[in-house]
Design a binder for this molecule. Sequence first.
Ligand SMILES: [Zn+2]
Ligand SMILES: [Zn+2]
Length: 455
Amino acid sequence: MRITFIGAAGGVVTGSCHLLEAAGKRVLLDCGMVQGGKDSDAINAKPFPFDASGIDALVLSHAHIDHIGRVPLLVKRGFTGPIFGQAATCDLLPIMLMDSAHLAEHNAELAARHGHDEIEPLYDEADVGAAQKLLHPLRYETPTEILPGITVTLHEAGHILGSALVEVTADGKTLLFTGDVGMKNTPILRDPADPPRADLILMESTYGDRNHKDRAATVAELGEIFAKAAKDGGNVVIPAFAVGRSQELLYWFAQHYDDWNMARWKIFLDSPMAARVMTVYERHEDLFDADAVKVWAGRIKPFEMPNLHVTADADDSKAINQIHGGSIIIAGSGMANGGRVRHHLANNLGNPKSHVIFVGYQADGTLGRLLVNGLKHVRMFGQELRVHAQIHTVGGLSAHADQQALLDWYKASPNHPPVALVHGENPARETLDGKLEKQFGIKVTLSQPGMTLDV
Ligand SMILES: [Zn+2]
Ligand SMILES: [Zn+2]
């Protein structure tokens, strides 16, 4: 069995992709998009360092764009084999990729309008449709011979709905690819499964150098902000991504419906994509953890709260702009660098009674980062806006295992095999490397694009 690192290697977090050669076949693990940075469009358009038509099968760890974003491109360039993923991943994939295709087409249009060189969108809806036809949904804990001599078993990764640790057995060897590992006690999802026996683990290292704030304290902080906002009488705007965080917020609202007095608010989820994702959650309630099952069986159900308004079309979205107080508005994007949330921010940033809550990581160069940094003037829709609203940053809701959680997870391995670290920037993966070597005395490889490991 031979592994070649292609993406999310060499100190890069995004663009997850690894090539596995075994039993005379070539299997790709993930085919993600590079995200963030000025050059990402150009990097994603580059040829693959392998022949797409020579890949026999593709296995996906989960439906985040940094793990599936280049799948339609792979198909467009000649891949015709089966695509395997957990059933919920297969349901989320078209929602995520259609959004990605629209964004690519929109960016190409913008470039043309601004007189830049013509750029061809990476792929379009038809390419997404073609990829969708190749999907083969798998269940957790069900060994499946995906190609002659190659068996895949998916285990819960607890990161997003459908996320999986991918166990591949071939040529008498076993590889475990973590994809992204979640934190224990992530709402709605079950905890990550313990690692099964393996000969090598390809392990993510996103937060290899730090630990998150306590989740319970974070949730309590949310409740306090709502209490203050209710007293002030303005709106609350929460930029959030459509998958995961939006549903988590609704879960907490339902769980704390009485003690946070949520009935006094009008709650808007202003995101057609988040609405589509909710239907996938409902189709896969069998994947929920015990607490979520209890909440869903309760009087107030997260997606059916009596004061929840899910706005799919643009006119409904614009109508929210007329509301000057008493609303909680959840909308994308999570970093406020695009999407409907920008309209809600434009309407509320000038109001000292309004509150804005950031619940996720804000990357450099985004509007979210500027606001979190306390900037008092921002430019939106061609206008200078003075920021009077109260800005909050709530940490501790990360979907990724932190350093301690990664070490605890590895500790549970029955045989402590060597590790290759992927999906982490340099300080993070180097720090985790040091911890793993010291605590377990194992060999750790820092992956580089093009590097090959024989198992
Ligand atoms: Zn992920
Ligand atoms: Zn990832």
